[in-house]
Design a protein around this ligand. Structure first.
Ligand SMILES: O=C(O)CCC(=O)C(=O)O
Length: 273
C-alpha cells in the first residue's frame, strides 16, 4: 500500500503480533490476544481459582464480602496457590512489559474475578484500575486480563472505552455508553490494557460463573495493592526473576542504618528505577 510520508511523521510498521498488540495498546488502550493459554491450563487455573475462592469465603464472612463490594473478587491468589506464578512472568507479558513499563515492572495485584450469574458487583460501574488525577508521558501501569471462560454477551463480557486512557477527566455517562465496546473472546485469551482505560464488567445472564484473572503491573516505585513482596518473601527464592517481579527488589530500606549500606546491598536495589 502506498502512503504519503512526511518528514516529521514516523510510520508504524508491524513485523509481528507483538507490534500489533503494542500499537493497539497505545492507540486504543487495549488489545485482545486469542489462544494464548492451552485448554488444559485454563481448566487447571479455573479449578484453583474456585478452590481459593472457597477458602477466602471461609476466611472472611460472605456477608462482609458482599457488604464491602468484595463478592467475587479473589485477592492475592499467589499466596494461596503457586500455580498462578506461571502467569506472572508469562513470556507475552514480559515482552510487553519490556516494551512499555520496563523490565523492572512489579506486580501490583493478582486477583481472580468471578461474575456469578445475575449478581450485582462493584465491577459493573465504569472505572480505571489506575485511577490517579494526573497523566504521565510514560506508561505507569498495565493489566493482563486472562479469560478462563468464554466472554460473550450472555456471560457478561467486559466493556472497554477505546482511547479513554488518554483522558485527564472522566467522560460523561452518555459518552461511555455510546462508545464502549465489548470484549468478545474465547477462554484462553488475554486482554492487555493500559490501566487508565475505562472499562466495566457486565451482568452474567448465563447459568454458570464467568471467571477471569486480573494481573496488574506498575513501575517499581508504586505501592502494591497488597504487600505481595512481604507476603511471598518466605516462599520464593529472593534472587529469582519472580522475586523481582513480586517487588522483593524494590523494598524501601527499613531504617537509616539499612540505607547507609553499600548501594549493592540495599533492599531497594540499584537500577530498579
Ligand atoms: O469482570 C469484568 O468483566 C471486569 C473486571 C474489572 O473491571 C476489574 O477487575 O477491574
Amino acid at each position: 500500500m502506498s502512503y504519503q510520508s512526511y518528514q516529521e511523521s514516523r510510520k508504524n510498521i508491524l513485523t509481528d503480533d507483538l507490534d500489533r498488540i503494542a500499537e493497539e495498546l497505545d492507540i486504543r488502550g487495549y488489545a485482545i490476544v486469542e489462544q494464548v493459554l492451552p485448554a488444559t491450563t485454563v481448566t487447571e487455573l479455573s479449578q484453583h481459582l474456585d478452590a481459593v475462592w472457597q477458602q477466602q469465603c471461609t476466611e472472611t464472612d460472605p456477608t462482609v464480602l458482599r457488604d464491602s463490594g468484595e463478592w467475587g473478587v479473589c485477592r492475592a491468589l499467589l499466596a494461596y496457590e503457586m500455580s498462578f506464578a506461571q502467569l506472572v512472568r508469562h513470556p507475552l507479558t514480559m515482552s510487553l512489559l519490556n516494551r512499555t513499563i520496563g523490565e523492572t515492572a512489579i506486580l501490583h495485584l493478582i486477583n481472580g474475578i468471578i461474575a456469578f450469574p445475575r449478581q450485582a458487583s462493584n465491577q459493573l460501574v465504569f472505572h480505571r484500575d489506575f485511577a490517579k488525577p494526573f497523566t504521565s508521558d510514560q506508561l505507569l501501569s498495565l493489566n493482563t486480563f486472562w479469560l478462563l471462560d468464554d466472554f460473550t454477551s450472555e456471560t457478561g463480557a467486559t466493556w472497554f472505552v477505546p482511547h479513554s486512557h488518554h483522558l485527564s477527566y472522566t467522560p460523561s455517562d452518555a459518552y461511555l455508553q455510546k462508545y464502549a465496546e465489548r470484549i468478545l473472546a474465547p477462554r484462553g485469551s488475554v486482554v492487555v490494557f493500559d490501566s487508565r482505560v475505562y472499562h466495566r464488567g457486565a451482568e452474567n445472564h448465563s447459568p454458570t460463573p464467568r471467571r477471569a484473572l486480573n494481573l496488574q503491573y506498575t513501575r517499581p516505585f508504586i505501592k502494591q495493592q497488597i504487600n505481595l513482596a512481604a507476603l511471598m518473601a518466605d516462599h520464593i527464592d529472593p534472587e529469582s526473576p519472580l522475586a523481582q517481579t513480586l517487588g522483593l527488589w524494590s523494598v524501601p530500606p527499613p531504617s537509616v542504618k539499612r540505607f547507609r549500606v553499600p548501594p549493592t546491598q540495599r533492599t531497594y536495589r540499584q537500577g530498579q528505577g
